[in-house]
Design a protein around this ligand. Structure first.
Ligand SMILES: Nc1ncnc2c1ncn2[C@@H]1O[C@H](COP(=O)(O)OP(=O)(O)OP(=O)(O)O)[C@@H](O)[C@H]1O
Length: 260
């Protein structure tokens, strides 16, 4: 995949991943430029989260190299890396009571000075992020009292509060109703247009069709196809990867993939 001359936020060369004795994907490369969205697709257990965590620098690739901006993760100071890229994890472990605002403020930690105190500006950034996710009225609520969808939106607000250049999102639509699924993906699309980079794991092929510029499709058997959205999202490739017949339908100028 090539993205011309614009600023590269994330690159991987000759990447291949193995867990235990099983290869999740054979070698491939990627380039993600500012202003682009890459979607990772594939069946359960194919390796999407493992790949996302590798791209986030949380685990080393089995083969190949990952670069954040122009440098390998090993050359990054951990706080600087946390200001550059942020990860929305698939599950949020909540063990202790905290307010929604305090939880969103965790996103400011990589930005705080040596004493670690949040300033009024940090609080304003967190409050704006909560408002963006429709959570302003819940700012004082205990995080342990929230519904699944509300909790997911707080996690997204914490990521916006972190304000990284590159957003790595593991199933960002988890727990969200239809309205918020589209709203959060539109929000990430806006951040992308403003010059950030987005990498996200999705299960919905039609949301991938709508929001991706590039796609990496893992087939769960070690096969991987990486390329532009239209190169990768083809009925035959998707049917093979998901081991289920999938048809392409064109409706009112939009492409829809339907499982038989
Ligand atoms: N430490 C490990 N040892 C052995 N296998 C592992 C380990 N970690 C992950 N796996 C396996 O690697 C595979 C890929 O897991 P991963 O979570 O990346 O898949 P995924 O595509 O994100 O799946 P899902 O769609 O179900 O979330 C799974 O079969 C998982 O059980």
């Amino acid at each position: 995949m090539s993205t011309g001359g614009s600023s590269i936020l994330l690159a991987a060369d000759g990447l291949a991943l193995k867990v235990g004795e099983r290869w999740l994907c054979c070698e491939f490369s990627l380039r993600l430029a500012a202003g682009e969205c890459l979607v990772l697709l594939g069946p359960n257990g194919a390796g999407k989260t493992t790949l996302l965590h590798t791209l986030a620098g949380l685990r080393a690739p089995t083969v190949g190299a990952v670069r954040l901006g122009a440098r390998p993760y090993a050359d990054w100071d951990s706080l600087a890396a946390a200001r550059f890229r942020g990860l929305l994890a698939q599950q949020q472990p909540d063990h202790f009571s905290a307010s929604v605002l305090q939880t969103a403020l965790i996103g400011r930690h990589p930005h705080l000075g040596r004493w670690g105190w949040e300033s009024a500006d940090d609080v304003a950034i967190a409050q704006a992020a909560l408002a963006e996710l429709g959570l302003a009225d819940l700012a004082a609520r205990d995080i342990l009292s929230l519904s699944g969808g509300e909790r997911q939106r707080v996690s997204i607000a914490a990521l916006l509060t972190q304000a990284p250049q590159l957003l790595l999102l593991d199933e960002p639509t988890n727990h969200l109703d239809l309205h918020y699924q589209i709203a959060v993906l539109e929000l990430f699309a806006r951040l992308k247009r403003e010059g950030r980079g987005v990498v996200m794991v999705l299960h919905d092929i039609n949301l991938a069709t709508r929001f991706a510029d590039q796609v990496i499709l893992l087939d769960g058997r070690g096969g991987v196809v990486a390329g532009s959205r239209d190169e990768v999202l083809q009925a035959a490739r998707l049917s093979h990867a998901f081991d289920h017949p999938i048809r392409r339908v064109d409706i009112d100028g939009r492409v829809i993939f339907l499982p038989d």
